[in-house]
Design a protein around this ligand. Structure first.
Ligand code: ADP
Ligand code: MG
Length: 253
C-alpha cells in the first residue's frame, strides 16, 4: 500500500440550502479496495460525482495522483486515470455492447475534438485500434459473446459488467464503482468480484459504494462510512460491523 492516490480536502457540495456532502476529508490508499458505506441519502453518489467531475464541489479540493483536479472536466479526469461507473447503468440501448464500449474513449477523452486535426484515414486507423481494445476488454469481463447484442437487451448484471468494460477502456488507476452488486444475481456478482480482485492485484485501486455488508466484509479494506454528508467512521470492515456510531447512523437513532 502506497501513498494516497486520491485525497479529498474539506469537500462540500450543496443543493440549494442542503449540504449533501459536508466537509469531507479523506485519503484513499493506492492499491486498496476501499469500501464506502452509509445509509440511503448519506451523500455517497454525490461524493462520486464530485470526485469524477460530474458535479463541481461547492467547496474544498480533490487531489488525484498528486494533482489538484477540482476544476477539471470529467473527460479530463477519465483521461488522467480516474474511471467511474453509475449507480444506474446508462448504456446506449440500441447500440451494440461492443459499440458502447468503443464509445468510451471517444466520448470521454475528447477524441471528437481532435477529429478535424487527424482526418479520416487516421480516424479509421484509430477506430480499428479501439475496436481491438474494446474486444479485449469485453473478453476480460466475460461479455465478448454478447458483443453484437443491443445493450438494451442484456441483463442488469451484464450491464454492470459493461460499465466496468467502458471504464477499463481508459486504463484507469482508480476505479469508482457505485453499487456494483445491487440487483446482480449471485453468479454474476462472483464474476464481478473476481475481476475486481484480478484488477486490484495488477495495481488498480478501487473505491466501492456497496450496501451489501457481506460483500464489504469479504472484499473491502478499509471501510469509510458517510452519514448526512459527513465521514462518521474509518476502519476495517470488521470494526465497522460493531461500531456504535455506525449502527446509529443506519438506524437513524
Ligand atoms: P446516497 O448515494 O448516499 O444514497 P446521494 O448522494 O444520492 O446519496 O444523495 C444525497 C442527498 O442529496 C439526498 O438527500 C439526495 O436527495 C440529495 N441529492 C442528490 N442529488 C441531488 C440533486 N441533483 N439535486 C438535489 N438534491 C440532490
Ligand atoms: Mg447512491
Amino acid at each position: 500500500m502506497g501513498e494516497p492516490i486520491l485525497r479529498l480536502l474539506d469537500v462540500s457540495r450543496a443543493f440549494g440550502d442542503f449540504l449533501a456532502v459536508d466537509g469531507v476529508s479523506l485519503d484513499i490508499r493506492s492499491g486498496s479496495i476501499t469500501g464506502l458505506i452509509g445509509p440511503n441519502g448519506a451523500g455517497k453518489s454525490t461524493l462520486f460525482n464530485v470526485v469524477a467531475g460530474d458535479l463541481m464541489p461547492s467547496a474544498g479540493r480533490v487531489v488525484f495522483d498528486g494533482k489538484d483536479i477540482s476544476s477539471l472536466a470529467p473527460e479530463r479526469r477519465f483521461a488522467a486515470g480516474l474511471g467511474r461507473t453509475f449507480q444506474i447503468p446508462r448504456p446506449f440501448k440500441r447500440m451494440s455492447v461492443l459499440e458502447n464500449v468503443m464509445l468510451a474513449p471517444l466520448d470521454q477523452s475528447g477524441e471528437g475534438l481532435l477529429a478535424p486535426v487527424f482526418g479520416r484515414a487516421r480516424i479509421r486507423q484509430e477506430e480499428s485500434t479501439i475496436r481491438k481494445r474494446a474486444l479485449e476488454v469485453l473478453d476480460f469481463v466475460t461479455l465478448r459473446p454478447l458483443a453484437d447484442q443491443p445493450a438494451g437487451k442484456i441483463s442488469g448484471g451484464q450491464m454492470k459488467l459493461l460499465e466496468l468494460a467502458r471504464v477499463l477502456m481508459g486504463d484507469p488507476k482508480l476505479i469508482l464503482l457505485d453499487e456494483p452488486a445491487a440487483g446482480v444475481n449471485p453468479a454474476l456478482t462472483e464474476v464481478l468480484i473476481g475481476k475486481i480482485e484480478e484488477l486490484n492485484r495488477s495495481g488498480k485501486t478501487f473505491l466501492i459504494i456497496e450496501h451489501d455488508m457481506d460483500f464489504v466484509m469479504r472484499h473491502c479494506d478499509p471501510v469509510i462510512a458517510l452519514a448526512e454528508g459527513r465521514v462518521v467512521f474509518e476502519g476495517s470492515a470488521e470494526e465497522a460491523q460493531s461500531n456504535p456510531v455506525l449502527l446509529e447512523a443506519y438506524l437513524g437513532a
